[in-house]
Design a protein around this ligand. Sequence first.
Ligand code: AMP
Ligand code: GLY
Length: 419
Amino acid sequence: MNVMVIGGGGREHAIVKALKKSSEIDKLYCLPGNGGIAEDAICVSVDAKDIPGMVAFAKENNIDFAVVAPDDPLVLGAVDALTEAGVPCFGPDKKAAIIEGSKVFSKNLMKKYGIPTAAYETFSDIDSACKYIDTLTAPVVVKADGLALGKGVIIAQSLEEAKEAIREMMADRKFGDSGLNVVIEEFLTGPEVSVLAFTDGNVVKPMVSSMDHKRAHDGDEGLNTGGMGTIAPNPYYTEEIAQRCMDEIFLPTIAAMNAEGRPFKGCLYFGLMITPNGPKVIEYNCRFGDPETQVVLPLLESDLFTIMRAVSEEKLSETEVKFSAGAACCVVMASEGYPLSYKKGFEISRDENMDAEIYIAGAKLSDGKLLTNGGRVLGVVATADTLSEAVKKSYNNVAKVHFENAYFRKDIGKRAMEA
Ligand code: AMP
Ligand code: GLY
């Protein structure tokens, strides 16, 4: 079969590498992919948001199956357009992708169906939002309704800061239309857990849990980033918590989406916080997480392509989803200065004796050389029997990857090992 993956980051590299193991795939394409993915799939320069472009490519190249990985094309309706063109897909349609595309929608969904989440109010005008803020005590969480490249969440330490965030979103339109509506919510505390789950709208099969490290610097200091590293499994996600999440969050969410006439098929990402009052949903994503995917898929023992097709055909209940008992660690190597300004165009080299995977996020090929081309450049991923071995092995291999201006956190997995 001919398969195309939409997207071009570290997550897509991990998906491509996992799909490559399937004997059923003849030709594997990635649109647009990147300089590193080009080692594992045929990269085609069609932008991940260019829906007519991907439909045309699929038709011209007899694509039998498409995996739409990033949030933008899902929310814009890529799956709808491809399905319409006769290409079966892994990923939710536009109606279901709204669970990530609109935080107002997802918060109202949780309220309506009694799914535990932070208390909140939604607003579409500045004055009412600011009046409401005056009734609260800091810290206050302000969220833009729509997609904002992961930057639309502000944890305001004072009421003035919260109002400033509201003005930036609603008056200055910092996030464009994404900030026309806002959610103001209660600040929760507790360890965070990411759970990616396969669902075909009928059953839900969670993957191994993971922990992201979102801040730029060690000790969870510095600016929020797209993610500086991950580990799996997450030690805070005990069997007891997992059972509660299944009963109180996962199954109710699938049922709620069905009841709303928006059945979700694909990978549903639950961003959870284990609060003193039990697990609560911080956010839903309608897709695989990045860099969670980079630690989850290497632990998947079942065939990813078989699972993806089963999801698409609503046969997930008959399909095995098995993970190894081991652990994985991903250390992201970024360009110094990320997430603000940074230089790029430096050659990436690696020693011969690596015993870890490299998933390339931001690099391009130029005259046969791999050059840095983004803030997050790559992830070094090691698996082992235990978390501490996986962490050690990742860092040993980080030392074998070289490019000028490289920056990485030294404490990925530390908090998990202390748990
Ligand atoms: P997001 O970009 O939606 O993943 O949110 C970024 C981060 O903000 C989350 O990973 C949490 O650490 C934090 N966050 C979001 N909502 C809340 C909340 N209600 N209480 C505390 N922290 C939050
Ligand atoms: N790692 C968080 C996300 O993918 O949104």
